[in-house]
Every structure is written in C-alpha cells, then in structure tokens.
Design a protein around this ligand. Structure first.
Ligand code: NAD
Ligand code: IPM
Ligand code: MN
Length: 359
C-alpha cells in the first residue's frame, strides 16, 4: 500500500529540518520497500497567513483527513503574527479536531551526547512523557471583562473530562506495562490547584487499580521539575496534563543535551483520524536562515511515524542511524553546534540518510 503523508513545514527552521526528515523517510522507504506519497502543504505558516488572512484553507479537514499521517515542522514567527493566532489557527486545531489526545515524547540521552547534568551517561536518562493533548489548561473557555479599564479581569478555565483524563492515563499505564521497569509517575499539583488536580489524582488511583503490576508514584509539578534534573534515572513513564506535559517535555530533553533532538507523536490511537509527528522544538527564529538547526528531532519524529504506520523495522533503522552518527562524535560526524559540532543541517541530515541506506 502507498501511505499518503502530508508534509507541513510551517515556519522558521521547520523549513530547514522537515526536508531532512523527508530525506530520512525516503532512505527508509527504499531500504524497507515502502511506498510513501508526500503531499506538500504550504498552509499553517505565517506566509500563508499573510497571503490569505487565515492559517488554513476552508477545506483543511477534508484535505488532511484522508492522509495516513501528518509530518509537521513548527509554527510561529511572533514578530510577524502573534503566536496565539498562528498556533490556535493550526497545530492546536489539528490536535483537537483530529482527536490526537496523546502527545508521546520520548526523552533519551543518546550515545555521544554530553548531558548538562554532571556524570550522566546513556542509559541514565530514558523515559517517556505522556502528555494529555486536547484539553486541560489549553482550553478556550474563558474571556475578558471590563477590558481596557482598571477593573479588567481575564479568565481561562482548565477543562478536564473523565473520558479525556482516563484515556491518557490508560495509554500511559499500558505503555509502562511494555517497559522492563513498569514504572509510572504522575505529575500533579493537588496541594495548590484544589479542584482539578485532586480529581486527577483520584482518576490516577482508580486506573492504578487495574494495573497492580505497575509501580506508581506521583510528584507535585514543582518538585518533579527539580527531580528531572537531580534524579532523571528515577523516571520511566511520566503522565501529565497538557501544560505540565508541555513544560516537562522541554525540560527532559534539555537534560539530554539539546531540545534539538527531541521528537513527538500526536496520536489518535483509534486511527479514526491521522496522527501528527513533529519535533518538540519550535521555529527557532533566532537561528532560522543560518543552516545550523539540528534536524534530529524531526528525523526521530519520522521514526515515530514509521512505527505508528506499523513499520517497526524501518523505525528502528532510523533511530539506529541517528545513534550511529551521534556516537561518531563531532570530530567524525557533521554534528550541529547545539551538539558541540561545526556541521550544518544538510550535512547532518545527509549523514543520517546514508546511515539508514547502509543499515
Ligand atoms: P524554540 O523551540 O523555537 O527555540 C528555543 C531555543 O532552542 C532557541 O534558542 C532555538 O534556537 C533553540 N532550538 C530549537 N530548536 C532547535 C534545533 N532544532 N536546533 C538547534 N537549536 C534549536 O522555542 P521558542 O523560541 O519559545 O519559540 C519560537 C517560536 O516557535 C514561537 O513562535 C513559538 O510559539 C513556536 N513554537 C512552536 C512549536 C510547534 O510548532 N510545535 C513548538 C514550540 C514553539
Ligand atoms: C509544543 C508547543 C506548543 C504547545 C505551542 C507552540 C502551542 O510548545 O508542541 O510543545 O504548547 O503545545
Ligand atoms: Mn512545548
């Protein structure tokens, strides 16, 4: 079968790293005899917004809904268009409308990368953040009152539904069951956020009853953030609400050397809708145009996409190729500056594609 993949580079370095992800996918497709049909999409970008006054065409649901997967870069150029307009007009719509309620973000210290945490080596940091991706703190319930006056009030509600929370917890418990340590950590804040978070804890406790094999713990988000830095080896699978998961999934990868390597899968597990694969990082306007963006987050996201499509062998080959090139170190491989090297995006992408071909 031929897989239809929408390619949506977006803004900034999305345009530099997505082609490297496609290059890796093409190499994997040749090596594993897969047929991938790439459909280029120029929408979900500030360029499109400036031409059309909106981020997406009217028929975006129909266009994207027939795809097998969405391969996404990053959106946002806050100097040109405010972030809440670009993001609520694109990525956050995709996540909600396509019910991609899991945001799966692996965090692993790769061979050859120096962690900023003293003495940490590969194997010490290897966990998943499972982030709730369609509700929680990212809600459109709220508003402004007395705008422009001294009495101005702004409200944005956190919305958690039993279906929404239980399904992400179930996914996280199931994922933990597949891991040797069978360990799950819940991110909470039930000491301070007194309605939603104690309820989140109750949902976790009830779900835990179905998984007696899982060793479960929970931390308030503040000390959890500290423990990511102090004891990253404690974690195996970490489940969190939308905002807590967002923060943890930048902090975790920072502990593995650079957020430039971190991938993510926005998954609709039922496959009713296409899932979306993107790096954790954003459009990085500060380095856009310099050709030095690290493409590994995008390429690893390509591996997650192959896995989702059912091609574990191809996915493994892409991850192994990344590891092989990283392990060679900055003297042997064209690693980008965030990895301590002097390589450029294109060279690093090329080296990884060659390693996939040679696998
Ligand atoms: P960012 O992730 O774009 O950049 C943060 C820092 O990390 C910057 O210094 C950047 O140069 C560096 N960095 C990021 N990716 C890198 C890579 N691949 N290689 C090397 N260095 C890299 O976060 P930000 O600066 O907060 O956001 C910039 C824009 O991106 C904003 O508009 C923001 O809303 C948007 N954003 C979009 C997404 C997304 O589309 N999924 C995610 C995060 C941020
Ligand atoms: C991410 C990003 C997005 C989020 C932003 C750009 C809306 O930070 O994918 O982690 O907060 O989910
Ligand atoms: Mn984020």
């Amino acid at each position: 079968m031929t897989y239809k993949i929408a390619v949506i580079p977006g803004d900034g370095i999305g345009n530099e790293v997505v082609p490297q992800g496609v290059r890796a996918l093409e190499a994997a497709a040749r090596r594993f005899d897969l047929s991938l049909d790439f459909i280029d999409c120029d929408f979900a970008s500030c360029d499109y917004y400036e031409r059309h006054g909106r981020m997406l065409p009217d028929d975006w649901r129909e266009q994207l809904g027939t795809m097998d997967a969405l391969f996404f870069g990053a959106v946002g150029m806050p100097e040109r268009v405010p972030d809440h307009i670009t993001l609520w007009g694109s990525l956050l719509q995709f996540r909600r409308v396509f019910d991609q309620y899991i945001n799966l973000r692996p965090c692993r210290l790769m061979p050859g990368i120096k962690s900023p945490l003293a003495g940490r080596k590969p194997g010490d940091i290897d966990f998943y953040v499972v982030r709730e991706n369609t509700e929680g703190e990212y809600s459109s319930v709220g508003g402004k009152m007395f705008e422009g006056t001294e009495r101005e009030v702004v409200i944005q509600e956190t919305v958690m539904s039993r279906t929404g929370v239980d399904r992400v917890l179930k996914f996280a418990f199931e994922l933990a069951m597949t891991r040797p340590r069978r360990k799950l950590t819940s991110a909470t804040k039930s000491n301070g956020i007194s309605i939603t978070m104690p309820w989140w804890d109750e949902r976790v406790a009830e779900m835990a009853g179905h998984y007696p094999e899982i060793s479960l713990d929970k931390f308030h988000i503040d000390i959890l953030a500290a423990n990511f830095v102090l004891h990253p080896d404690w974690f195996d699978v970490v489940v969190a609400s939308n905002l807590f998961g967002d923060i943890l999934s930048d902090l975790g990868p920072a502990c593995t050397g650079t957020i430039g390597v971190a991938p993510s899968a926005n998954i609709n597990p039922e496959k009713t809708f296409p899932s979306l694969f993107e790096p954790v990082h954003g459009s990085a306007p500060d380095i856009f145009g310099k050709g030095i963006a690290n493409p590994i987050g995008q390429i690893w996201s390509a591996a997650m996409m192959l896995e989702h499509l059912g091609h574990q062998d191809a996915a493994d080959a892409v991850v192994r190729a990344i590891e092989k090139v990283l392990a060679a170190g900055p003297d042997e491989a064209p690693l980008t500056p965030d990895l301590g090297g002097r390589g450029i995006t294109d060279e690093l992408g090329n080296a990884i594609a060659n390693a996939i071909k040679a696998s």
